[in-house]
Design a protein around this ligand. Structure first.
Ligand code: NAD
Length: 499
């Protein structure tokens, strides 16, 4: 069986006397590899390697750092098929979706290729008599990223792409459920010309996360995962004096106005609700039609279309989606389905009676659809993170707006309408971080920024785009004067003014 190593200072590293965790194949339910759980000593080794390499990397000019990103992009593209196969075998998402995971990460690398432009500071000539003021963005030093299972390529690249281009050294702690692709990416970065020690991967679970959060030499931590853990990561990291951004869970709503193109809505909903088995923080697991007429028509079209969804092993080219990630996660989703039934929601389409969900050792669940879900139900309030779509009926635009705005999560939301005024008002008023207008999964492009509101994000800045650059750098402002001779008017004790 394959055993993973940590990747520290450009080399595979075995920790001493470490425990291991099993990595499953979600298609078959069998153990296919194992990964070590880093000890404090292994983490310390990674921090030392990062610290020793970072100073020279920070003084490497930004254009040279960008060139490494260009090389890395080319290398990942050359290895994309192999990486997508590996990713799919551990995560369970279909190959085309695994390629999308890599592609969306590469788009952030493309953004990082433009880092010289993003790092340009500001300059004011003549802010006072003979005085110029300028600012520079400098790296923080050694920084870390802790990532979830559901995007094992994209989310690490969101983080290390920008952080490293800004001149930091990075320690990545990937999800222990699918950690192989992150290690492969780190190796490709070395091949692309990154000095050893600038990108290190340590495997592990909550123990090593605690070690990262408490380590005095790690200056910033970016976390993506579930909300309860995101909040505790944010609090513990902030207590230790770090800069922390911690993205959490989601329950995104799709508002369907009576004038929406329902055929388009159905087509989009199938992918947004069930694609990747619903294991996306930007999935659309809640659909909110406005008016019973809209709801009834949508329900009929949706049920007809759901019959064509193909659930199959992730390597099957005909599969729309594959298994969920682990047996525990499958059980959790099935528990939510039972909860929804016990709360009185109407199960219109039963995914668990799908043959593949019954006769297979893999972690498959067919698509499930509930109508007549109400806001007071726990199964509506919480994130399920599976192929389960819930319909909440409302009568007016304002009720739909209020529903999405008052939910504990505020990651993404979508509205379907042909009315520009309704769309504009919705985008302006809704209490959610990312909004789609006739777009089901409004994941912003890399040079904009990604981040939710409310319990979907703790901390101040978002991922990638200029917000990412701000997160991974600190600003220094310089006020300079080069006098011809000593300024006789200032006795040196008064506060300097620009007047
Ligand atoms: P998770 O919270 O279980 O794990 C995330 C990371 O935290 C992993 O690296 C894991 O090893 C670590 N971890 C696990 N338990 C921990 C603990 N007790 N203390 C400290 N660290 C711990 O999340 P997951 O199941 O891997 O990913 C799915 C979740 O991530 C969903 O809630 C999804 O909505 C969310 N997500 C959010 C975004 C976003 O941008 N908001 C993006 C992707 C995924």
């Amino acid at each position: 069986m394959r055993t993973l190593s940590h990747f520290i200072n450009g080399q595979d590293v075995e920790g001493k006397e470490e425990k291991y965790t099993d990595i499953y194949c979600p298609n078959t339910g069998t153990v296919q590899a194992r990964a070590p759980l880093a000890s404090t000593e292994t983490l310390a080794r990674a921090v030392t390697a990062a610290r020793n390499a970072q100073i020279e990397w920070a003084s490497t000019n930004p254009q040279r750092r960008a060139r490494v990103m260009f090389n890395f992009k080319t290398l990942v593209e050359a290895h994309k098929d192999r990486l997508a196969q590996l990713l799919s075998s551990e995560h369970g998402k279909v190959i085309s979706d695994a390629q999308g995971d890599i592609q969306r990460g590469l788009e952030v690398i493309e953004f990082a290729c433009g880092i010289p432009h993003a790092l340009k500071g500001e300059y004011t000539e003549g802010a006072g008599p003979g005085i110029d003021v300028y600012s520079m963005r400098q790296p923080l030093g050694v920084v870390a990223g802790i990532t979830p299972f559901n995007f094992p390529a994209m989310i690490p690249m969101w983080m290390f792409g920008v952080a490293i281009a800004c001149g930091n050294a990075f320690i990545l702690k990937p999800s222990e459920r699918d950690p192989s692709v992150p290690v492969e990416l780190a190796k490709l970065m070395i091949e692309a010309g990154l000095p050893p020690g600038i990108l290190n991967v340590v495997h592990g679970d909550k123990e090593v996360v605690g070690g990262i959060l408490d380590h005095p030499e790690i200056k910033a931590v970016s976390f993506v995962g579930s909300s309860t853990i995101a909040q505790s990561v944010y609090e513990r990291g902030a207590r230790a004096g770090k800069r922390v951004q911690a993205m959490g869970g989601a329950k995104n709503h799709g508002i369907i106005m009576p004038d929406a193109d329902l055929d388009q809505v159905v087509k989009d909903l199938l992918g947004a609700a069930f694609g990747s088995a619903g294991e996306r923080c930007m999935a659309l697991p809640v659909v909110v039609p406005v008016g019973d007429e809209t709801a009834d028509a949508l329900r009929e079209k949706l049920v007809a279309a759901m019959k064509n969804i193909v659930v199959a092993p992730s390597q099957d080219p005909n599969a729309d989606y594959g298994p969920v990630v682990t047996a525990q996660h499958k059980k959790r989703i099935l528990d939510y389905i039972e909860l929804a039934i016990s709360e009185g929601a109407e199960r219109v389409y039963d995914g668990n009676s799908h043959p593949i969900a019954q006769d297979n050792q893999g972690y498959f669940i067919g698509p499930t659809f509930f109508d007549n879900v109400t806001p007071s139900m726990q199964s509506y309030q919480e994130e399920i993170f599976g192929p389960v779509l819930q319909m909440v009926r409302v009568n007016t635009f304002n009720q739909a707006l209020q529903l999405a705005s008052e939910h504990q999560y505020g990651n993404g939301v979508a509205i379907y309408t042909r009315n520009g005024h309704a769309a504009r008002e919705f985008a302006r008023r809704v209490n959610v971080g990312m909004v789609g207008i006739n777009v089901p999964i409004p994941v912003p492009v890399a040079y904009h920024t990604f981040g939710g509101w409310k319990r979907s994000s703790f901390g101040d800045t978002n991922q990638h785009g200029m917000e990412g650059v701000k997160f991974w750098t600190q600003i220094k402002t310089i006020t300079q004067r080069w006098p011809d001779s000593a300024d006789e008017n200032n006795n040196g004790f008064d506060i300097p003014t620009m007047g």
